[in-house]
Design a protein around this ligand. Sequence first.
Ligand code: URA
Length: 244
Amino acid sequence: MAEESSEALSDGERLQKVLARAGLGSRRHCENLIDEGRVLVNGSVAVLGRRVALESDEVVVDGVRIGVAPGLRYVLVHKPTGVVSTASDPQGRPTVVELVGDSERLYPVGRLDTDTEGLIILTNDGDLTFRLTHPSFGVDKEYLAWVEGEPSRGTLRRLREGVELDDGPTAPARAALVAPDLIRLTLHEGRNRQVRRMCEAVGHPVRRLVRTRIGPLTDRRLKPGAWRDLTTEEVRSLERASSS
Ligand code: URA
């Protein structure tokens, strides 16, 4: 591990204070984390007394990066239908980025179809975006799908075990019936229009689709069209979910 410069030790805010504010526990507990060598700053094991400059330092606890940089922003949006989940739309349709309406550059993490509703994250944290969307890290996502007809137990089993699509079979998923025509599907993959194609393939086309959870993130009170910043603890939970 690289040695820390004396300058790095004297600038910024005390590490245990930053960690405590990020939701890692009391300052005392955070001091113990540092003492136990579980905290890295810019790749080096931090020592007690370390200060961090919030603008520039990368802080990692037990292999999980802590979102301390104030330049990073994480927003949870409830996308309504008719809104596109790209940053801009050549056809001039409204975008999720416009819903948030700030001048900062925020980008959607992954996609939801224009006709799908529900939760989507916007951020300027490219590293987290990569990990949340890359198949080898990808966090699971939960959808509510209102479908045509009433799926049987055998149909649910097919959805769970894997459905043959034109780009290959789907990976094992979770599928449960919430009402006779309402399926809760939890997927680890994120292929294009995957839920719609899976339901169609088992004979129950989707009438309405809502994403209700992204990994650890859910918010039943967030209304369509509304958004909010994620809490530090939520950002940490996303970091954890996407680092295994
Ligand atoms: N699956 C779909 O079919 N559409 C989405 O928008 C997301 C998942």
